[in-house]
Design a protein. Structure first.
Length: 213
């Protein structure tokens, strides 16, 4: 029995080492200055936007910890899985984010308790935001899944709608009006768009809760 346990322990150690090696080979690091926080529709911090346009995504259950170590204007080092570079930017699925000035870090780890259901995670209300598009946001697969207005408001929409929004932006349509469920708090304003128009032209949106085109 003791030999079997030793063999099992050795196998587990080997697996951990192999996973660590694979992660180390795939992991990338980027450095930049925090422009603003990125939010879930419930107002939870789920990443940061760097001034060079890089999107650093982080689990929302660690959003408070992230906001505690990095604020807009701080220089950070982000280690994680870097997505493809696209004409609209790039995103990194962060594993660690470190404040370069004070050395404080936050490391991705599973929540200690099961996450709350969406209707319990934060107060949302129906919001409408208007403004000029500052930049598009992409996920770690390179898909456009949102945008930032010049006032800092974040508009989210499903990735399948990204190509249409990007094409309209390329055509010169820059003024956006978006309505949907969202939150305004100390970290910013976010709207999960149920309706979206650019220069008065409606953008057909697909996804749960959205009207059929």
């Amino acid at each position: 029995m003791r030999i079997k346990l030793l063999v099992l322990a050795a196998i587990l150690i080997l697996i951990v080492v192999i996973v660590a090696i694979i992660w180390a080979r795939r992991a990338r690091s980027v450095t930049g200055t925090v422009q603003q926080y990125l939010l879930t529709p419930h107002g939870e911090v789920d990443g940061v936007l760097l001034t060079d346009g890089t999107v650093a995504r982080f689990p929302p259950h660690l959003g408070t910890a992230l906001a505690g170590i990095a604020k807009p204007g701080d220089e950070v080092a982000v280690v994680g899985f870097l997505g493809p570079t696209t004409p609209h930017g790039r995103a990194i699925k962060a594993r660690t984010i470190t404040n370069k000035k004070n050395g404080q870090s936050v490391v991705d780890h599973p929540p200690s308790t099961p996450p709350l259901p969406p209707d319990k995670r934060g107060l949302t209300s129906t919001l409408t935001v208007q403004g000029t598009v500052a930049r598009l946001l992409v996920n770690d697969k390179g898909d456009v899944d949102g945008l930032i207005l010049v006032g800092g408001e974040q508009v989210k929409f499903p990735p399948p709608n990204g190509p249409v929004v990007a094409k309209m932006l390329e055509e010169g349509k820059k003024t956006v009006e978006a309505s949907g469920n969202g939150t305004t708090n100390a970290f910013g304003t976010v709207v999960d768009a149920m309706s979206l128009s650019m220069d008065g032209q409606a953008v057909p949106l697909s996804g749960p809760g959205r009207p059929r085109p």
